[in-house]
Design a binder for this molecule. Structure first.
Ligand SMILES: Cc1cc2nc3c(=O)[nH]c(=O)nc-3n(C[C@H](O)[C@H](O)[C@H](O)COP(=O)(O)O)c2cc1C
Length: 691
């Protein structure tokens, strides 16, 4: 609403500006037009003035010639006068006549024809002429008069010059020489007769006290004194004025009309434009709103531009940055593949790639890496955006960090599997315990029997020796003695005496070993133990090493460095045995993975460290890379080749040590130099119980 009224004000302002500009232009044009007219009038004035001066002076000079002739010949006769006047007259057009008026009475006139009426004209007795004649005599100056109506008809401008001659040393008035200029011919010659000038030029002469009424033109023209130019003649002054052309200047009106039209056009265009601006600003507001919504959405959004090389990110929202841990400038311009890493499944990447190549949506859940190296599960949908006639414009990626869900899912799966595993182990444990129990009884009586046979054989040997001695002493009589000797020889009594004790000893040792293993299996399995009981960790290590012999003996030697006098730890023996078994089997696998024919070494060390019994299982195997080291306890994470590990062993160990026993477990490794897994089990509970 506010922007609408702003638009209105701005448009009205623009239209007003256009209108004012038109008015100013019209005014300037009008002034310029007037100035042009005035300049033209001044120029015309100067031209006419020059023409009048030239025409009049040429005519008036005739007076000087006549006066000079009179000086020479005061009583110039008519015929001589005619001879003098003719060339003067014919040389100057526009003269009505020239005349001599001795004692101010016209006597000679040229041309006589047509001017006869003027001969004998007594000027002093003519009231219309008398004053000017007397003035000429008095001032001894020529006197210009007219235009006046001439006796012979028509009108003329008369100049009379007094002539004084000296007779007997005395100067006396001779009379007047007269020139009559044809007024109309003069007007014609100087151009004033032209219609274009008749209404504009005015002429007036100085008479008596001031200027006469104009003899040509309009008295009103003399109101502007600055436009008057003076023309001086012998015996008179004229004034000429030329008023500027009275032309109608319609350009200002046209300019104003155009200005009004322009202002209207500006107003119309302005309203349209501002309407458009309004629309644009509404659209811009809507865009800004949508952009803000996308920016604030809790799902990660990324947009890539396939028209640019390598389809880089051109937009990502705050959730994307929070999910990945990168700064905006670190991701813009890069392809999203920097988020995947070694443990990202190639299948997932291939699925996105195929979606992008086919311009189809693709959804995957893949393992991605944050900037700090931590992995997260990314539930990603990538889809193409088609704008402008169905052409591919951008790709959009919607991501959700599903690590928490995945962890719960994994934990559930793990719990299920570890339950199964536990059940399996328990079943195996009780089975093994049962089998051991079953083997134990025959092994015991086999051992007992062997012991019995051993002592019996010794007794038998003693008896047989006595027999031998006897058969040696009672010869040669008795056949029986010979038979006996033969039987003794046949059974190779010497050999039996030498070998049977060894065989019995070996059997006894074997039965002893069976007993040890059976005992170890019985101890190891601890089926059904639900409560923690004091555990001798060194004994548990011994037992487990024995049970696992088959796992390590082909690839490694086991060195046990066990601290004597360790306090017992409160423990579920079966579970701790399982932890130790896992660590020993893992160590054997790591050594096996190293390859080569040399046996490695598994060193098992036990110590008392800060109220905890610490067990370190070190191997000389492949070692674990730093990025994998912190993940080895993650459920389903495995560094072993496919099929070799479930990825659950260490996770179960961690759960047993940390959750079930309040202890700690961690791994230390330098790649290529083996690894050490450390378990610490607190002894505090027992100590407290004892106190
Ligand atoms: C809009 C969009 C968003 C993407 N987001 C991710 C992502 O968050 N994580 C990821 O690993 N790959 C993502 N990708 C996929 C990679 O950019 C890349 O296309 C994929 O890893 C295939 O790699 P390749 O081009 O090297 O074959 C996205 C792709 C697009 C077009």
């Amino acid at each position: 609403m506010r922007s609408k009224s702003l638009s209105f004000i701005a448009t009205a302002l623009a239209a007003t500006v256009v209108l004012v500009a038109a008015l100013l232009l019209a005014r300037a044009e009008s002034g310029r037009f007037q100035a042009d007219r005035e300049a033209e009038a001044i120029a015309t004035n100067a031209v006419i003035r020059a023409k009048i001066e030239k025409a009049m002076n040429a005519r008036l000079h005739v007076l000087e010639a006549l006066a000079a002739a009179i000086q020479i010949q005061p009583d110039l006769a008519q015929d001589n006068f005619e001879r003098l006047a003719r060339p003067l007259f014919t040389a100057r057009r526009g003269l009505r006549n020239v005349a001599l008026a001795p004692a101010a009475v016209v006597r000679s006139i040229y041309p006589l024809e047509g001017n006869e009426a003027a001969v004998g004209h007594d000027l002093l007795n003519d009231p219309a002429r008398r004053d000017s004649v007397l003035k000429a005599i008095e001032t001894k100056q020529a006197f210009l008069q007219g235009p006046v109506n001439l006796k012979q008809g028509g009108s003329g401008i008369i100049s009379r010059a007094p002539v004084f001659i000296t007779v007997d040393g005395t100067e006396r008035f001779w009379g007047l020489v007269v020139v009559v200029v044809d007024y109309h011919a003069l007007l014609e010659e100087v151009g004033l007769a032209a219609a274009a000038l008749q209404s504009r030029a005015s002429l007036r002469a100085v008479e008596g006290a001031g200027y006469s009424a104009p003899f040509f033109g309009d008295p009103g023209h003399f109101a502007d004194r600055s436009a008057i130019s003076e023309i001086d003649f012998p015996g008179g002054n004229w004034q000429l004025t030329v008023v500027p052309l009275a032309l109608d200047d319609d350009r200002p009106t046209a300019i104003i009309a155009v200005g009004i039209l322009l202002a209207l056009a500006v107003a119309a265009a302005g309203f349209r434009l501002f309407d458009d601006f309004h629309q644009i600003s509404v659209l811009a507001d809507r865009n800004a709103l949508l952009a803000a919504v996308i920016e604030a959405t809790p799902d990660a959004v990324s947009v890539t531009d396939p028209a640019l090389p390598d389809n880089p990110i051109v937009y990502c929202n705050a959730a994307f940055l929070a999910m990945t841990g990168y700064e905006r400038e670190e991701v813009l311009g890069r392809n999203c593949r920097f988020l995947s890493g070694v443990d990202t499944k190639p299948d997932s990447i291939a699925k996105i790639r195929s979606g992008i190549d086919g311009q189809r949506p693709a959804t995957v859940e893949l393992l991605n890496y944050r900037k700090d190296g931590m992995v997260f599960w990314n539930q990603l949908t990538v889809f193409p955006l088609f704008l402008r006639e169905g052409a591919l414009s951008h790709y959009v990626g919607f991501s959700t960090d599903t690590t928490a869900r995945k962890r719960i899912e994994t934990q559930n799966l793990w719990l299920q599997q570890s339950l199964l595993q536990t059940q399996k182990m328990e079943a195996l444990g009780s089975l093994a315990g049962g089998i051991a129990h079953e083997i134990n009884t025959p092994a015991q009586f086999v051992g007992d029997n062997l012991n019995f046979l051993k002592t019996s054989f010794q007794d038998m040997c003693r008896a047989l020796a006595a027999y031998e001695t006897l058969t040696g002493t009672i010869e040669p009589a008795a056949n029986d003695a010979a038979e006996l000797r033969s039987a003794i020889t046949q059974c190779d009594l010497e050999f039996l005496r030498a070998e049977v004790p060894g065989a019995i000893d070996q059997s006894l040792e074997g039965v002893g070993r069976i007993g040890t293993i059976v005992q170890a299996i019985k101890e190891f399995s601890h089926p059904g133990q639900k409560q923690k009981a004091p555990l001798d960790i060194n004994r548990a290590i011994n037992t487990t090493v024995t049970v696992a012999t088959n796992q390590w003996k082909y690839v490694a030697d086991v060195v046990q460095d066990l601290a004597p006098d360790l306090p017992p730890v409160p423990a579920l023996a079966g579970e701790i045995n399982q932890v130790l078994l896992n660590l020993i089997v893992n160590a054997a696998h790591a050594i096996e993975a190293r390859g080569g024919s040399d046996k490695g070494t598994i060193t098992i060390r036990s110590r008392l460290v800060d109220h905890a019994v610490e067990v370190r299982v070190s191997d000389t195997g492949t070692g674990i890379a730093a990025d994998k080291l912190r993940r080895v306890f993650d459920p389903f994470f495995t560094t072993k080749p496919p099929g070799k590990g479930t990825g659950q062993g260490l996770a179960i160990c961690q759960s047993i040590v940390v959750k079930a026993h309040g202890g700690r477990i961690w791994a230390e490794s330098s790649p290529g130099e083996g690894a050490t897994f450390v378990v610490q089990l607190p002894v505090a509970e027992l100590e407290e119980a004892a106190a």
